[in-house]
Every structure is written in structure tokens, then in C-alpha cells.
Design a protein around this ligand. Structure first.
Ligand code: PHE
Length: 337
């Protein structure tokens, strides 16, 4: 009877037991040195000799049952405990991946691409100030105060003699004043002009290229530009020179490439001509060389200025330059992943 009571009480208690700590206490209560079952077993001495073996066997069987139940309950509670801790101590790793991943701006992509190409050709990359003097931006480049060429570029003046550079060409004189040939550099950077519509932005980006050495020809310029164009727009891209005018180059050329959209057949992007105007270039004007202290009888060179925004627009089919500067994520997301 006593044994049945213990069995029943044990069964209720272990079923209701919720944590490992109370389970341990329960184990002591039933199976410990002075636990219920131990005490019960000790009472064997009060029984008549013939009942002892079966009583002993029954108590031991119950002990076996209890031990098995404890083992099983321990496993269950441990599993529950682990589950609870996993819940409580959960680190929400999804949080970081919720942050939008940055991507390179299309102009940055073009800048990197062109710089990589030219670095591979042995050009050095240099950058110069965006706030520039009238001297480097204009005068040193053979554009005196009253020169009509100043009207080609609507300038943001800070004072009479300080301005936001309108062209990376401003780096030409800065460089040539300091160095003697051979010079082989590119200068990427922002330039500024007071102009704004679908194809003009008050801030845009150019890469200036300058090579000064002995026996440089227009052919070297063309070869360099063909190399850049074929890498940017595809192997079959052709380059053509049209006569143009810049005060700091003589002769000067406007450089066109075959339209990457139609391959030169004529489409809406190239306005049916098959050609797209890409950049200005020319042979460095001897006047500029001399002004910077380079002997124009010994040395000559070429220079070019690529508008990177324009390249990005052609390459990625961007219809309006202002899209590049609005920082609309829906637009920016499409590039540089
Ligand atoms: N600086 C000129 C421009 O901004 C481009 C140019 C660069 C032309 C170098 C000739 C040589 O339009």
C-alpha cells in the first residue's frame, strides 16, 4: 500500500515538475539517502522473512522505474531549457543584412575603369584643387581676360581671381611648371560651370590626360583614345577627329566615337549620325609649354579632357545627366553591384 502511495505521489510530482532544479530536489526526496524509497527499503527488516524477497524485488523495480523517469525527464527539461535560452539569447543576425548595401556610383565606375586603363599604359594619377585661380584655369592656358573663349565656359567666380575650376585642364600648367618632361599623367576630378539642363549639370566630372615628351604626334593621341574607346564601348568602336578650337591646344580636335547603341548605323541616341561626340583634345599649344618653362623646340605633347558623366550616360543609356546627382536610390541601385 505504502509503495503504491509513493508510486502515485512520485508520478504526480514528476509530471508537474517544471525545471531541473526541482527535479534534482525530487530525486533527493525519493532516491536520496533518507529518501522515501530508501526509507521504504529499510522497513524490510520489519517484514516477515518470507515476504522480504518479493518486497525487496518490488522496491528495486520501483527504483528502476523512477530512475528511468528521472533520466527521461532530465532530457526533456534540458531540451526545454535549451529552447528557452535560444529564444531569450537570440541574436537577430538578419538585422545587419537589412541595411541596404552600398554600390559604386556610375561616375565612379567610369572613373575607375578609365584610370585602370591608363594606369596600365603607364600614366600616373594626380588630383588638383577644385577651387582654382583664374591664372591656372584660364591665363596659363592661353585664355587672357578678354578672350572670347571665356564665354565657352560659364564660370562660378568666388573673387575676381579665384573660381571653381571649369576644366581639369587647370592641372596642365600646375604640373608643367613643376616638372620637366617626360610627363604622362591623368587628373580626374570635379569641374563646375553655371549651366543646367538634361545634358549639362553645374557640377560634372572630367579626366584630363597630358603627355609631354619628345616626338609626340597626333597619332599617339589617336592611338591612346582608340584604346580607351574600344575598352569602354567595345572592340569595334571607331574614333574620328574633327577640327576644333581650344586656346591651349594646337591643332585642336573634337573626338567622336561610333555609337555604341547602333554600332554606327544611326539611331535616336546618336541622332541618326552613327557618331557620338565624346571629348576635346589636341596637341599642347607651344605657348603653354613655354609659359610653364618647357622648351617647345625640344618637347611637345598631347592633352585630352574626357567628360566622365557623358561616358556614363552613353555606356549605361542614362537619358538625363541630372539623374546622376539626385541620389535617388532606385536609380543608383542599378549600378556597381
Ligand atoms: N578642357 C576642355 C573642356 O573642358 C577639354 C580639353 C582638354 C580640350 C584638353 C583639349 C585638351 O572642354
Amino acid at each position: 500500500m505504502k509503495m503504491n502511495e509513493i508510486r502515485a505521489a512520485f508520478e504526480t510530482e514528476i509530471t508537474n515538475c517544471q525545471d531541473l532544479q526541482s527535479l534534482q530536489e525530487l530525486k533527493v526526496k525519493y532516491l536520496g539517502k533518507s529518501g522515501e524509497l530508501t526509507v521504504l527499503l529499510k522497513s524490510i527488516k520489519d517484514l516477515p522473512a518470507e515476504e522480504r524477497p518479493s518486497f525487496g524485488a518490488e522496491v528495486n523495480a520501483l527504483r528502476g522505474v523512477m530512475e528511468a523517469r528521472f533520466a527521461e525527464k532530465t532530457d526533456t527539461l534540458k531540451a526545454l531549457d535549451m529552447q528557452r535560452r535560444l529564444q531569450e539569447e537570440k541574436v537577430d543576425i538578419s538585422l545587419t543584412s537589412c541595411k541596404p548595401l552600398g554600390a559604386s556610383h556610375p561616375v565612379t565606375l567610369i572613373e575607375n575603369e578609365i584610370c585602370d586603363l591608363l594606369i596600365a599604359m603607364g600614366f600616373e594619377v594626380l588630383t588638383g584643387p577644385e577651387i582654382e585661380t583664374d591664372y591656372y584655369n584660364f591665363k596659363a592656358l592661353n585664355i587672357p581676360d578678354d578672350h572670347p573663349a571665356r564665354d565657352m565656359q560659364d564660370t562660378f567666380y568666388i573673387t575676381d581671381s579665384i573660381l571653381l575650376r571649369t576644366q581639369t585642364s587647370a592641372m596642365q600648367a600646375r604640373l608643367m611648371e613643376k616638372r620637366q618632361p617626360p610627363i604622362k599623367v591623368i587628373c580626374p576630378g570635379k569641374v563646375f560651370r553655371s549651366d543646367s539642363d538634361a545634358s549639362h549639370s553645374p557640377v560634372f566630372h572630367q579626366i584630363e590626360g597630358l603627355v609631354v615628351d619628345k616626338n609626340i604626334t597626333l597619332c599617339d593621341l589617336k592611338g591612346t583614345l582608340e584604346y580607351i574607346a574600344s575598352h569602354l564601348f567595345g572592340e569595334n568602336t571607331k574614333v574620328r577627329f574633327r577640327p576644333s578650337f581650344f586656346p591651349f591646344t594646337e591643332p585642336s580636335v573634337e573626338v567622336d566615337v561610333t555609337c555604341s547603341n547602333c554600332g554606327g548605323k544611326g539611331c535616336s541616341l546618336c541622332k541618326g549620325t552613327g557618331w557620338i561626340e565624346l571629348l576635346g583634345a589636341g596637341m599642347v599649344n607651344p605657348f603653354v609649354l613655354e609659359k610653364c618653362g618647357i622648351d617647345s623646340k625640344k618637347y611637345n605633347g598631347f592633352a585630352f579632357g574626357i567628360g566622365m558623366d557623358r561616358v556614363a550616360m552613353i555606356k549605361y543609356g542614362i537619358p538625363d545627366i541630372r539623374l546622376l546627382f539626385e541620389n535617388d536610390q532606385r536609380f543608383l541601385k542599378q549600378f556597381g553591384k
